[in-house]
Design a protein around this ligand. Structure first.
Ligand SMILES: Nc1ncnc2c1ncn2[C@@H]1O[C@H](COP(=O)(O)OP(=O)(O)OP(=O)(O)O)[C@@H](O)[C@H]1O
Ligand SMILES: [Mg+2]
Length: 271
């Protein structure tokens, strides 16, 4: 069971159990009628409780596969993934996923979509939990709207609220802003950071946008082209809280150059 604690001054409820994720020699091979695909090769990593980690890599390198193993949707072929020291065997309410395209139920209102998680976990305060997250993502006025009555950015905010409403230890985000226009994406990134700073959960965020990874993360894991493995673990000491203005600072550009050099070398080696 996940636990949440309320700050008496601000009224904000946040997770108290932050997840540590570890993978040990993780390997995933898919078998299909077109043959075998090694999607992830020998991946070992540790993500600390409450950390915001971005996973950056080219298309097809196994980023979604890595998230899906942590979520419990895909099984390891070799090695294992652990949450707080326990092997991950199946999905659970302690981990939530936000996908590239929203996955809201079109026949349910915003409120009903967010309420699914807390009702499923038996949250006796489901209604007030939903109010809390509607407010956090700034959509109180839209609680009775249906998904197709919202913009793409608003739909993604509902998806994030729904994912957080079970107070997960780990929030898994698979290119959640890739389908949004540039300006909305920048706004969503800032919005996500302020939610995370309040909420404190561990976040694993997949992207192929270098600027997005640097803006959001504490740490960037760079993956090689398929079959994917982690080729570099880059610390990101940029101070918080951050606004988009940080992208013109020298340290930002230095981290960007490090990332680009590795991405370029990887691309050349596989070309
Ligand atoms: N269910 C599946 N069955 C067979 N092969 C799969 C399956 N899912 C993924 N793959 C293959 O595994 C490899 C990694 O896929 P994955 O979706 O993890 O990559 P990705 O890094 O998320 O790519 P993208 O950036 O395009 O989303 C690819 O070669 C893909 O074709
Ligand atoms: Mg993917």
């Amino acid at each position: 069971m996940n636990t949440a604690q309320q700050n008496e001054k601000t009224g904000v409820r946040k997770v108290t159990d932050k997840g540590e994720i570890r993978t040990e020699g993780l390997e995933v091979t898919y078998n299909s009628d077109v043959g075998q695909t090694v999607a992830l090769s020998k991946t070992s990593l540790t993500i600390h409780p409450g950390e915001f980690v971005c996973v950056l890599g080219p298309s097809g390198c196994g980023k979604s596969t890595l998230l899906n193993v942590i979520a419990g949707f895909v099984k390891a072929t070799e090695g294992r993934a652990l949450l707080d020291g326990n092997a991950i065997e199946q999905p659970g309410a302690d981990r939530s996923m936000v996908f590239q395209q929203h996955s809201l139920l079109p026949w349910k209102t915003v409120r009903a979509n967010i309420e699914l998680g807390p009702k499923f976990t038996g949250d006796i305060e489901a209604s007030s939990t939903v109010n809390h997250f509607l407010k956090m993502v700034g959509l109180q006025k839209y609680e009775n709207h249906y998904p197709d009555q919202l913009s793409g950015g608003m739909q993604q905010r509902v998806g994030i609220a729904r994912a957080l409403a079970t107070f997960p230890r780990v929030l898994l985000m698979d290119e959640p802003f890739a389908a949004l226009d540039y300006q909305t994406r920048l706004m969503m990134q800032e919005n996500l950071l302020s939610l995370w700073e309040e909420f404190g959960t561990t976040v694993v965020f997949v992207t192929h946008d270098v600027d997005e990874a640097i803006f959001l993360s504490d740490r960037i894991l760079l993956m090689s082209a398929s079959p994917g493995r982690i080729v570099k673990d880059i610390a990101n000491p940029l101070p918080r809280p951050r606004t988009q203005m940080i992208s013109s600072e020298a340290k930002f550009l230095e981290i960007k150059r490090d990332c680009m050099e590795i991405i370029r070398a990887e691309a050349l080696s596989t070309f």
